[in-house]
Design a protein around this ligand. Structure first.
Ligand code: F6P
Length: 461
């Protein structure tokens, strides 16, 4: 089996003794796939495991140059891309255009603007996808299953099909897919190239809603009669054993004690997100502010802890959004806070054990994205939680389709409805909370990284 992702499973860095150390890579895909790599809990079968990814930073690039990209049991290939080319592929096309497109984040009267600079960046995207396809074609064994991930690598399926028709390929998108009206925002030739490439292999999504949006987009661009390999839905779930192990660690116990000191006998309203425009963090604060205005009985009795990780800081939109998030929290604190109560605590430490401690302790978990492929927090939180906490979840998160019967919906744009949902969640009687939390754990437990990978392998053609 060969896994293909933009970010690799390990980050390399030069150590003092001039050797290279490998540490766990970041991001949702890596968290999902790493437990499936031999040596990390995956023992079934004897098949070879290979992983192709880009060298992300100077440490990775130095390890490639020194021939030091070695991980026991894994045939790891890191592509040493020209940094300028890589920026065009990652920052300009993948993040500033495809991410915005699939999450509906464009301010259409103003942007995007597809000019010469964008066309040069698109050439970079094509070149990076071709580099990935070249390595796959060279390194894959006969008829080997190849699982290509995400919008960074949407041209890879078509390129690999041409070079190596023997390979069994599937493409899996972890984001939503935009749909037939929005796909037309892209320049027509580019929308066609993306859909034509993906149509050569089975394409998977976390929910049938995104699979349908993809199929409708492809039909819109290529015509209803164009041949396409059917798409499929295969939701990912968290790894219960890995979460249990982390929950029991000393680092999590230390983080839990620190959190306990902060929250005390108040209720904990928690969110845990990358600072990304799709996560809808500001409206979450506004809904909480509205709750405090409409239901003054909650003042001083709740703490909203927002565990937020900085992300994609090379993009101005992300830097500006981070400022907006800070200002929105500061405003609520200034208007509603008292000498012994800070309504919102923003924590940007990016510490996984601290997040796990938050998951265990929350009374209400807020997940209100404007759009999200799945949202793993909505599944990890309920598995770890020990207090029959309530999940308030946006129907625009892919996970909603699986969890809807055991969550409270929150409309991502409706501040009044959001405040009402938070009030209902905070006020829910203990027996109702216990029923929802139990059902939620059962629903989350239906899918694990292992079952998900198995589904992908079964679909690969
Ligand atoms: O949801 C798609 C995804 O690529 C996830 O795997 C990851 O958590 C997130 O987007 C952030 O990606 P990156 O930091 O690599 O841009």
């Amino acid at each position: 089996m060969m896994l293909v992702t933009h970010r690799g499973p390990y980050r390399f860095s030069l150590l003092e003794d001039s050797t290279f150390g490998a540490s766990r890579g970041s991001g949702g895909i890596v968290s999902a796939l790493l437990p499936l790599v031999r040596g990390n809990g995956y023992h079934e079968g004897d098949e070879r495991q290979a992983w192709v990814a880009a060298a992300i930073d100077d440490g990775d690039r130095a390890a490639v140059a020194a021939g030091a990209v070695h991980v026991p049991g894994l045939d790891l290939h890191l592509l040493d891309l020209d940094p300028a080319l890589h920026r065009m592929h990652y920052d300009v096309v993948s993040n500033a255009v495809l991410w915005f497109l699939h999450h509906g984040l464009f301010d259409l009267p103003r942007r995007p603007r597809f000019d010469d600079a964008f066309r040069a960046a698109w050439d970079g995207y094509v070149a990076v996808n071709a580099a990935f396809a070249g390595v796959i074609a060279e390194a894959a064994g006969p008829s080997e299953p190849v699982l290509v991930h995400d919008y960074h690598l949407a041209l890879v399926p078509g390129m690999v099909r041409e070079k190596r028709p023997d390979l069994r390929v599937a493409h899996f998108t972890h984001t939503p897919f935009c749909g037939p009206n929005s796909i037309r925002v892209l320049p027509t030739d580019i929308a066609l190239d993306l859909c034509a490439s993906m149509s050569t292999v089975p394409c998977g999504f976390h929910t049938s809603r995104w699979a349908r949006a993809y199929e409708a987009s492809a039909a819109e661009m290529r015509g209803p009669g164009a041949s396409a390999t059917p798409s499929f839905a295969a939701p990912l779930g968290p790894d219960p054993e890995a979460l249990a192990e982390l929950s029991a660690s000393d680092a999590t116990a230390r983080a839990a004690a620190e959190l306990e000191e902060l929250v005390g006998d108040r209720k904990l309203l928690l969110r845990s997100d990358r600072i990304d425009l799709s996560k809808n963090i500001v409206r979450g604060f506004l809904a909480y502010d509205h709750l405090l205005a409409e239901h003054p009985e909650w003042r001083g009795r709740v703490v909203f802890v927002a565990m937020l990780n900085r992300s994609r800081e090379s993009l101005v939109d992300y830097l500006a959004y981070e400022r907006e998030v800070e200002q929105a929290a500061a405003q609520v604190n200034a208007e509603r806070g008292t000498s012994d109560w800070q309504p919102i605590v923003v924590d940007t430490r990016d510490d996984y054990e601290q997040t796990i401690a938050g998951f265990a302790r929350y009374d209400v978990l807020l997940v209100n994205p404007v759009k999200d492929g799945l949202n793993l927090v909505a599944k990890e939180g309920p598995l770890v939680n020990t207090r029959d906490g309530v999940l308030v979840l946006s129907p625009e998160a892919g996970a909603y389709d699986e969890l809807r019967e055991a969550v409270l919906p929150i409309h991502p744009y409706d501040i009044e409805q959001g405040a009402a949902a938070l009030h209902t969640a905070l006020s829910m009687p203990a027996d109702e909370r216990a029923t929802c939390a139990g059902r939620l754990r059962d629903l989350v437990g239906l899918h694990t990284p292992q079952t998900w990978l198995q589904e992908l392998l079964e679909h690969a053609r």
